[in-house]
Design a protein around this ligand. Structure first.
Ligand code: LHQ
Length: 288
């Protein structure tokens, strides 16, 4: 059953830049500024964060699926947003070098919008799935890569567009890229800013799966539904343990696993999982 939700905050100039719906225990967030390839405005960034908070605090939600409306997933930061738009001559397109253009602190925008969003996504108490339906550029690519499972349509692509406009990868890109594809490929993507087609992104291990465009939403929803019926707390602690392991010695990773199993071993879902297996019935998981 699908139920529509009103956006968590009042839309600004854009009409409903974020669509929110629910299918079973899966909360679906759809970036909805197709005329600008779903580029992030501060309004949209704020709405995504509130919607993620809302999903996190709703005990009925057991997975979050994120996608984009139209032909793109997200073109990254909306470069025309007044918060960051540089001053230049609108006729010639030139930066006026005869006077010092007023600088805008892009780091400020990151502090207030991107960092809280990336942290919110990474600490969701339920699994997150991204269905990349077209180009994912700049912060749009790294927002997608911050999800637990990334599926992309065959015509989708990933672009670390930052270097082309004189910036470094943000929204977690420096951390994510090196871990996902290693230093050599991370540098190739980040320095050149070239388009990486979805199929190659899967071959490189940047994303989990590339599927036919026509199958993207059904595959992503099936994956989200499957995860929503699994032991949520164990899934989320698996994400945390895998992330933590990158900075741990082998023995410390073993000890972390033991600590997590200690806690999970007393929880409902382990008892249910083991009991249902032994009594040959389907499990019903509840913990979050
Ligand atoms: C856009 C955008 C866009 C506005 C397409 N903004 N309108 C940066 C700065 C500050 C703070 C924080 O963090 C960041 C992080 C970042 O995300 S930096 C990277 C920002 N993104 C980019 O540099 C990507 C810019 N876009 C592109 O390179 C292309 O649009 C791609 C390769 C994504 C798609 O190319 P096409 O398929 O050829 O589409 P298009 O370029 O024709 O775009 C379609 C429309 O969308 C167009 O508007 P129009 O009115 O002419 O139809 C674009 O202006 C608009 N659009 N990206 N980021």
């Amino acid at each position: 059953m699908s139920t529509a939700h009103t956006p968590a905050t009042t839309p600004g100039a854009d009409e409903a830049p974020l669509l929110i719906s629910t299918e079973g225990a899966v909360r679906v967030l759809t970036l909805n500024r197709p005329q600008a390839l779903n580029a992030f405005t501060t309004g949209l960034l704020g709405q995504i964060r509130v919607a993620l908070d809302d999903a996190a605090s709703d005990a009925n939600v057991r997975a979050v699926l994120i996608t984009g409306a139209g032909r793109a997933f997200c073109a990254g930061q909306d470069l025309s947003d007044p918060h960051i738009k540089p001053e230049f001559d609108e006729h010639s397109g030139e930066v006026d070098t005869t006077r010092k253009p007023k600088a805008k602190d892009i780091g400020n925008l990151l502090d207030h919008y991107y960092i809280p969003l990336a942290l919110r996504l990474r600490s969701m108490p339920v699994p997150t799935i991204c269905a990349v339906n077209g180009v994912a550029a700049g912060a749009g690519a790294n927002f997608a890569l911050g999800c637990d499972l990334v599926l992309a349509g065959q015509s989708a692509s990933f672009i670390q567009a930052f270097s082309k406009i004189g910036l470094v990868p943000d929204c977690g890109g420096t951390w994510l890229l090196t871990r996902l594809v290693g230093r050599a490929r991370a540098l190739q993507l980040a320095l050149l800013g070239d388009k990486l087609p979805a199929e190659q992104a899967q071959q490189w291990g940047l994303i989990a799966r590339c599927v036919a465009d026509a199958d993207l939403m059904s595959e992503a929803m099936a994956t989200a539904q499957k995860l929503s019926k699994m032991p949520t707390r164990a899934l989320v602690q698996t994400r945390q343990a895998l992330d933590a392991s990158m900075d741990l010695e082998f023995e410390d990773a073993l000890k972390l696993e033991a600590r997590l199993q200690s806690q999970l071993g007393y929880a409902h879902d382990y008892l249910e999982g083991a009991a249902s297996f032994l009594s040959k019935r389907a499990p019903v998981f509840k913990d979050r």
